[in-house]
Design a protein around this ligand. Structure first.
Ligand code: FES
Length: 480
C-alpha cells in the first residue's frame, strides 16, 4: 500500500490534530518545519497561558478555574520558597549560574520559568497575543514589570489577568495607558502586589473606557452584550483549504511568513530611555523622589495616625519611605478636596520627572490621557467602552488611597463588579469605599473585603479583612 507522509496533511487537519496537544508538545511541533511552526502558532491554540505552572511541568492550558478557589497551600509555599532562594542567589552577582542550577532545584525552576517567559514574549505572543484571553503569573519570582508591560501590549484582549504576589509596580501597566487596551478585562488579581499605587487604578479606569459618554439606551445595551475583542488580527491565517504543508514548504514566498500573523503592537525598546532598562521601574523605590517633601498634610489626618500601626510586608522594610501619597497627601475623601488631591498627584508626577534631571522617568505618558498632547489616549474606542470588570483584588496593596478608588468610581463606575477585595489597604476610608460601592450595583457583599478598622459601607455584612492570618500581606493588625 502507498505510504503517506504526515507532511502531506492539509493544514486544517493538522490544526485539528494540534488541538489535542498541550503547550510543550505544540512547541516541539513548531520546531519540525516552518509550516508546522506557523500552524502551531494559531491563536486559538493559545487562549490560556500559565507559564508558572508550565515551567514546573504542569501543562494545563484550559480556562481558569473558579474565581474564588484558593490555590493549593503546598504549591504556593513551594513557589515562595523557590522565590526566596532565587532572590538570595540573584543578589550575589558573582555567582556562577550553572553551578547554582546544579546545586539548587529551586533556583533552576525559577530560571526555567524566566527562560520560558522570555520565549513566550519574544516568539509566541507576537503571533498569538490578540487571541490570548487569560494569563496567570501568580507567585512568579521571575516576572518583572517590564515583562508584564510587554505582555500586556501584545495581549490586548485579555479577560483574566492574575499577578498575585508578584513584584510588579505601576509601570507594568503603562502599555494600557499607551494603547488603551484593557477594555475586555473581567478579572484582575493584584493580591500582594504591594508596589501598586493609585496610578495603576487610574490607568485601569482609563483603559476600561467611559460609560458616561453613552446614552442610557446604549449603556444598557453595552451592559447586556458581551464585550467584543479589539479587532486586531485574531489568528494566524491558515493557507488555503486543502493544501498541505508539503506544498507550502516549497511555495512560500522567500523571506515572508505569508500568514499576516504579525503582532498587534511591537514593543520597541528605546535604549535612550531608562524606561526600557530592566529594573528601571525600581527607581522610585530605591531612592526616587519622595513625595513626602511635596507638602505636609494636616497633622490630625488619619494617615499620620495610621503610621503608628504596625504591619508586615515582605518586600519593603520601610514602606513609608516610598509611600505613594504618604504624608504629602493622604488621598482620603474626607481630608482632601478633589481639586487639591488631583493637583497633587499631577504635580508629584511632574516633580519626579523634573527632579530626575538627566535620568528620564520611565513612563511613556502621564495620567491625564485626554489632556496629553503628545500621547493622546483617545485610541480607546469609547463607543466600545464596557467596564466589564467583575473581580478585582487589591489585597495587600497598602499604598492604595481613596484617590485610586475614586478613579474606579469615575467614567461610569464598575457596573458588573461582583467581587472586591481591599484587605490590607490601610489608607482608604469609609467615605472612599462608599463612593466606590455606590457605583458598583452588582457587588456581592459577601465578596466584599476591607480592613476591620474602617467603618465603611455594609459593615455588618461585608466579609472583613482577609490578611490577618495571612502572614505575608499587609494588615494593620499583623502580629496580634
Ligand atoms: Fe486592618 Fe487587616 S488591614 S484588619
Amino acid at each position: 500500500s502507498e505510504r503517506v507522509s504526515v507532511s502531506v496533511l492539509p493544514q486544517e487537519l493538522l490544526l485539528r490534530v494540534f488541538r489535542f496537544l498541550g503547550p510543550e508538545d505544540l512547541c516541539r511541533c513548531g520546531q519540525v518545519c516552518s509550516v508546522w511552526d506557523q500552524v502551531s502558532k494559531t491563536g486559538s491554540l493559545w487562549r490560556h497561558l500559565y507559564p508558572v505552572r508550565w515551567a514546573r511541568g504542569d501543562y494545563y492550558s484550559g480556562p481558569p478555574g473558579e474565581s474564588d478557589q484558593d490555590p493549593d497551600e503546598d504549591w504556593v509555599k513551594s513557589l515562595q520558597d523557590e522565590g526566596r532562594a532565587y532572590q538570595e542567589w540573584d543578589e550575589d552577582a558573582d555567582v556562577d549560574e550553572s553551578e547554582a542550577c546544579e546545586e539548587s532545584p529551586a533556583i533552576s525552576a525559577v530560571q526555567r520559568e524566566k527562560r520560558l517567559l522570555n520565549g513566550i514574549v519574544q516568539n509566541l505572543l507576537p503571533a498569538v497575543g490578540p487571541s490570548v484571553r487569560s494569563l496567570s503569573l501568580a507567585y512568579s519570582s521571575a516576572v518583572s514589570s517590564k515583562m508584564v508591560r510587554q505582555i500586556l501590549s501584545l495581549c490586548p484582549n485579555l479577560t483574566h489577568l492574575d499577578l498575585t504576589q508578584t513584584d510588579v509596580s505601576d509601570s507594568a501597566f503603562d502599555s494600557w495607558a499607551e494603547f488603551g487596551a484593557c477594555r475586555t478585562l473581567e478579572r484582575l488579581d493584584l493580591s500582594g502586589c504591594d508596589r501598586i499605587t493609585d496610578r495603576t487604578l487610574k490607568i485601569l479606569s482609563l483603559g476600561l473606557g467611559d460609560l458616561t459618554t453613552s446614552s442610557p439606551d446604549r449603556r444598557a445595551k453595552l451592559l447586556r452584550a458581551p464585550p467584543s475583542p479589539i479587532n486586531f488580527q485574531d489568528e494566524c491565517s491558515l493557507p488555503p483549504m486543502g493544501r498541505s504543508c508539503h506544498d507550502l514548504i516549497f511555495k512560500r514566498r522567500p523571506g515572508g511568513r505569508g500568514s499576516g500573523c504579525g503582532p498587534a503592537h511591537v514593543w520597541a525598546l528605546n535604549p535612550s530611555k531608562l524606561a526600557d532598562i530592566e529594573d528601571a521601574a525600581d527607581w522610585s523605590k530605591r531612592g526616587g523622589v519622595s513625595v513626602q517633601e511635596k507638602g505636609r498634610g494636616d497633622s490630625s489626618c488619619c494617615c499620620r495616625r495610621s503610621r503608628r500601626r504596625s504591619f508586615r510586608t515582605g518586600v519593603s522594610s520601610s514602606p513609608w519611605q516610598y509611600g505613594s501619597m504618604g504624608e504629602a497627601l493622604c488621598g482620603h475623601s474626607t481630608c482632601c478636596t478633589s481639586d487639591v488631591a488631583l493637583w497633587t498627584v499631577r504635580e508629584a508626577h511632574g516633580d519626579l520627572q523634573a527632579t530626575r534631571g538627566s535620568v528620564e522617568f520611565r513612563t511613556k505618558c502621564s495620567f491625564e490621557g485626554e489632556s496629553c498632547p503628545e500621547h493622546p489616549h483617545n485610541r480607546t474606542d469609547q463607543s466600545g467602552a464596557y467596564r466589564a470588570l467583575r473581580f478585582l483584588s487589591l489585597s495587600g496593596c497598602y499604598q492604595i488611597t481613596d484617590l485610586g478608588l475614586r478613579c474606579l468610581s469615575q467614567r461610569g463606575g464598575l457596573p458588573l463588579l461582583v467581587h472586591l477585595n481591599l484587605s490590607g489597604c490601610l489608607f482608604i476610608t469609609g467615605a472612599g469605599l462608599q463612593e466606590l460601592v455606590t457605583v458598583c450595583p452588582s457587588l456581592n457583599i459577601e465578596h466584599f473585603y476591607y480592613c476591620d478598622n474602617i467603618n465603611g459601607p455594609h459593615a455588618d455584612k461585608a466579609s472583613g479583612c482577609q490578611n490577618l492570618q495571612c502572614g505575608f500581606r499587609a494588615c494593620c493588625r499583623s502580629g496580634e
